[in-house]
Design a protein around this ligand. Structure first.
Ligand SMILES: Nc1ncnc2c1ncn2[C@@H]1O[C@H](COP(=O)(O)OP(=O)(O)OP(=O)(O)O)[C@@H](O)[C@H]1O
Ligand SMILES: [Mg+2]
Length: 580
């Protein structure tokens, strides 16, 4: 029978059976040694009271010392093996989640917050780890103790045993009810924490806006409110938690009081020895923990079950674009788009309607259109970020569904409209998609995008560290870094989505000229250049004008100027602007 991760306990126990079993054996020995210790000490006490020869008593004491040492070793071993077991489980789950997140597409991420995803990888994985690790361990520990200690107690006195233990079965219920309250308070605390860290994250990310609007004090006050709520929630957890210890002490004390009541008569009459009373007293104390433990482990299981369900739901999320194709291409000779319609998942109206065009190697296609007309959507669909009807897009006459996804993506370099730079060095950012050849001359790529002079003037040059989300780069520098990153890959198709919007007209013009030279050089690749500015697409071979998700016109720049009202309007507007 195949056990998969949807049944996590058998799955992980089987996967790591060695550390699991060794941990369990070490635990069993710990419990056994721990159970006989009071009996031995009781015997030693009786030996001393009854005046047995010193040698006899010393022998018992020697055994007690040996047992104590062996106990220490066993305790160390079960911690070691079980620690390895549950931490490996957590590592595996974290890595699975992360790998899945890298596969998932925009549909999934548009429904998630960063805080939610972080909580999944941290809190939920940890909650499940607590169930499969400490939860299982405490359960086994409790069962072992419950199987051993009452037997030893029974041997001393069956009558005392039932009298002293009669109240014990109530302990798991008391523990469960306290823990249920703790869990509720703990969940509230986690929510407050998420709220507070979310606020902090947003404030830090938007610090420039906050400063420019002089909102520092308001934002600080807002943060203080979240911080106070979190502190209150934490205090609430601590309050309920504080009731836990005393409740259990009462249970243990009740057992001890009963022992004093029922045992003193037998002691006076000489039916039992002081050592036996001592051992029995110790056993009562030991019986509290397994009762408590059963409550605790079930609480771990319950919290872990909910957490694992959330993990499993994410692991089972369907991919936007399943990777079912098997064809592998090394080049793009032509790209054909036929009757392409596209509706965003969950949207009621199509965003792209009946799009048709063809792009050949060496050709450059300009795409223009009003804001919201579907240009970025077209670029995303061409990169297969979203699924489309089969056969609507083909490369070299092969429908893209039949092409292996990773192979397909390696053929296209995309410069997205919302540029993203990593908080690493400038050079690393440029080489991002080209890691196979780290010796590649970055300066050459920087020259193509007119970034070389600026970066080389910095003291650290290409080794300059970019702050988080590129805060120490200008908008135009950020755009040029992402442009260089795409160009350096030398893919057969490059798609540039309005990636020159933050660059001044003169720099943009020389970048475009370089780009044209590079693209035309031996007709190595094709390009799609999306822009708001007609100047950026005027030098392309053909221009596709988008209007409300449809192709309004397609042809050479001078042709579309004649045919397309949108193009004419943009042309009039931008000529006017240029004349100032
Ligand atoms: N994830 C999404 N889900 C649903 N609708 C979306 C999504 N992304 C974009 N849209 C919608 O699709 C339409 C086209 O958006 P798109 O980003 O393609 O326009 P665009 O032509 O690139 O605009 P701009 O010039 O401003 O960049 C818009 O009406 C937008 O609201
Ligand atoms: Mg866009």
């Amino acid at each position: 029978m195949k056990i998969d991760i949807s049944r996590p306990y058998p799955y992980y126990i089987r996967l790591h059976w060695r550390s699991f079993t060794l941990g369990l054996i070490a635990l069993l020995f710990t419990n056994a040694l721990d159970a006989i210790a009071p009996l031995l000490i009781g015997m030693a006490i009786d030996g001393i009271i009854t005046g047995r020869p010193f040698g006899d008593v010393a022998q018992i004491v020697g055994i007690v010392i040996l047992v104590t040492l062996a106990l220490a070793v066993c305790r160390f071993l079960w911690r070691l093996f079980w620690g390895r077991f549950h931490h490996t489980v957590a590592e595996d789950l974290r890595n699975r989640l992360f790998a899945k997140m890298t596969e998932l597409g925009p549909t999934f991420f548009s429904r998630q917050t960063t805080g939610g995803l972080m909580s999944l990888i941290n809190n939920d994985v940890n909650s499940f780890r607590m169930a499969v690790g400490p939860g299982l361990l405490i359960l086994f520990d409790s069962i072992f103790i419950l199987l051993m200690v009452p037997v030893l107690m029974w041997k001393i006195s069956p009558d005392w045993t039932w009298r002293c233990l009669i109240l014990m079965p109530t302990v798991p219920f008391i523990v469960r009810s306290i823990l249920r309250r703790t869990e509720q308070a703990y969940r509230a605390q986690q929510m407050r924490f998420a709220e507070m860290s979310g606020a902090a994250q947003e404030i830090v990310a938007g610090i420039r806006v906050i400063k420019s609007y002089a909102q520092e004090n308001n934002q600080t006050r807002l943060f203080n409110v979240f911080s106070r709520r979190y502190a209150d929630a934490t205090l609430n957890v601590a309050k309920i938690d504080a009731a836990f210890g005393p409740a259990l002490e009462i249970a243990a004390a009740a057992g001890s009081v009963i022992l004093l009541l029922v045992g003193s008569g037998s002691l006076v009459s000489g039916a039992v020895t002081v050592g036996q009373i001592f051992a029995f007293y110790q056993y009562i104390q030991k019986m509290v923990w397994p009762m408590e433990g059963i409550g605790i482990s079930f609480s771990h299981f319950q919290v872990g079950k909910a957490a694992f369900q959330r993990i499993l739901d994410t692991l089972n999320q369907p991919l936007d674009v399943p990777d079912l194709g098997s064809e592998k291409l090394s080049d793009i000779a032509s790209l054909e788009v036929k009757n392409l319609n596209f509706t965003y998942p969950g949207a009621s109206h199509p965003t792209l309607k009946n799009i048709n065009f063809e792009l050949k190697k060496g050709e450059i296609l300009g795409v223009v259109g009003a804001t919201g007309s579907g240009k970025t959507t077209l670029a995303d669909v061409l990169c297969r970020l979203y699924p489309t009807t089969a056969g609507a897009i083909s490369v070299n006459s092969i429908p893209i569904e039949n092409i292996q996804l990773e192979n397909f993506r390696s053929l296209i370099s995309m410069v997205p409209q919302d540029t993203y730079v990593f908080s690493r060095q400038v050079g690393e950012n440029i080489l991002f998609g080209h890691l196979a050849d780290p010796g590649y001359p970055i300066s050459e790529a920087a020259r193509w995008v007119k970034l070389d002079e600026e970066v080389e003037a910095w003291p650290d040059g290409y080794a300059t560290l970019i702050g988080e989300r590129g805060v120490n780069l200008s908008g135009g520098q950020r755009q040029r870094v992402t442009l260089a990153r795409a160009l350096i890959r030398q893919s057969p198709l490059i798609i540039i989505d309005d990636a020159l919007s933050a660059v001044d007209a003169k720099t943009a013009k020389s970048i475009l000229e370089n780009l044209r030279l590079r693209l035309r050089e031996g007709s190595r690749c094709a390009a799609i250049v999306i822009s708001h500015r007609l100047g950026h697409v005027a030098w392309t071979d053909r221009v596709l004008v988008m209007n409300n998700g449809q192709v309004e016109a397609l042809g050479r720049p001078e042709e579309v100027l004649r045919q397309s009202p949108t193009y004419q309007r943009l042309h009039a507007l931008q000529t006017q602007e240029a004349m100032g």
